[in-house]
Design a protein around this ligand. Structure first.
Ligand SMILES: [Zn+2]
Ligand SMILES: [Zn+2]
Length: 277
């Protein structure tokens, strides 16, 4: 029997909307969306929220190399860590940035240049010393950015659009489905197709079902809706993610408790957690 290769996802930021560090969020974490996916001896990053800074501080101590960072979309909570990502300041590093939600109206490079434009930000992307590639793809494309890693993509229901990801490696699948809003009358077929039979699905559960009516149209979903999708698609482990900044540790404990009762094995994402399918 051949050994399984390492395949894991580590959470560096689990919040949506805005970072919320402090004594009330110390256990689940206050940084915004950022995931590290390790595939054998290779590594992908999903989203560049404030959690990206700490991940960069770890990566910068490793040998220079190639880094692929995939954005679900370019709302601030998913990109604002980028200017503080230390590997960008190391000559010899190669950083490839990817986004699938912008074409045809926009380009990733232009969007990030505008984020780092004076007087909103003191220095432009020209400050980066690594070789940086800005790659726009069309949501729905399948990509093989590195050998043996297949990334499938699909559209999510979110203002200004967003891309869902399915990462296939060594016979297993991890899916990253944020930010997205469910539909009132049906399950989202695009998501069902993307997450079919996956080992781990990380899902936008910003709200609870009880809170959701006040936030209809904001582009986010609930953990209860995540369960419906996970059940319908035969998903092994559902991960509750993109926590609302107002949800403190005690609130998240309550969510974890209720979720584990309804679908045993369900995980609430917290900073520093590593999951292996
Ligand atoms: Zn978000
Ligand atoms: Zn968003």
């Amino acid at each position: 029997m051949t050994e399984q290769q390492e395949f894991s996802v580590t959470f560096w930021g689990v919040r949506g909307s805005i970072a919320c560090p402090g004594p009330e969020t110390i256990r689940y974490g206050g940084d915004t969306s950022c995931l590290e996916v390790v595939c054998g001896d290779r590594r992908l990053i999903l989203d560049g929220g404030t959690g990206l800074r700490k991940l960069g501080n770890k990566l910068v101590r490793l040998a220079p190399g190639e880094i692929d960072l995939f954005f679900t979309h370019t709302h601030f909570d998913h990109v604002c860590g980028l200017p503080f990502f230390a590997p960008l300041f190391v000559p010899g590093n190669s950083v490839r940035l990817w986004a699938g939600h912008l074409l045809p109206e926009h380009r990733l490079r232009q969007v990030l240049v505008e984020m780092m434009m004076a007087p909103l930000f003191p220095v432009p992307p020209e400050i980066f010393r690594a070789e940086v590639a800005y790659n726009d793809f069309s949501c729905g494309d399948t990509m093989r950015p590195q050998p043996d890693i297949e990334i499938r993509t699909g559209p999510l229901n979110h203002p200004n659009r967003a891309t869902g990801y399915r990462i296939e490696f060594d016979g297993r699948a991890i899916c990253y489905i944020t930010d997205t809003e469910h539909y009132a009358d049906r399950l989202d077929n695009e998501i069902l197709t993307l997450i079919q039979g996956a080992d781990i699905v990380i899902y936008d559960a910003t709200y609870t079902d009880e809170e959701y009516p006040r936030f209809k149209g904001f582009g986010h979903s609930t953990w209860q809706e995540g369960m419906k999708l996970a059940d319908a698609a035969g998903v092994k482990t559902l991960v509750i993610f993109h926590h609302d900044p107002s949800h403190n540790d005690d609130f998240m404990d309550g969510v974890a408790h209720r979720a584990a009762e309804l679908r045993p094995g369900t995980v609430v994402a917290r900073e520093g957690l590593t999951l292996r399918p």
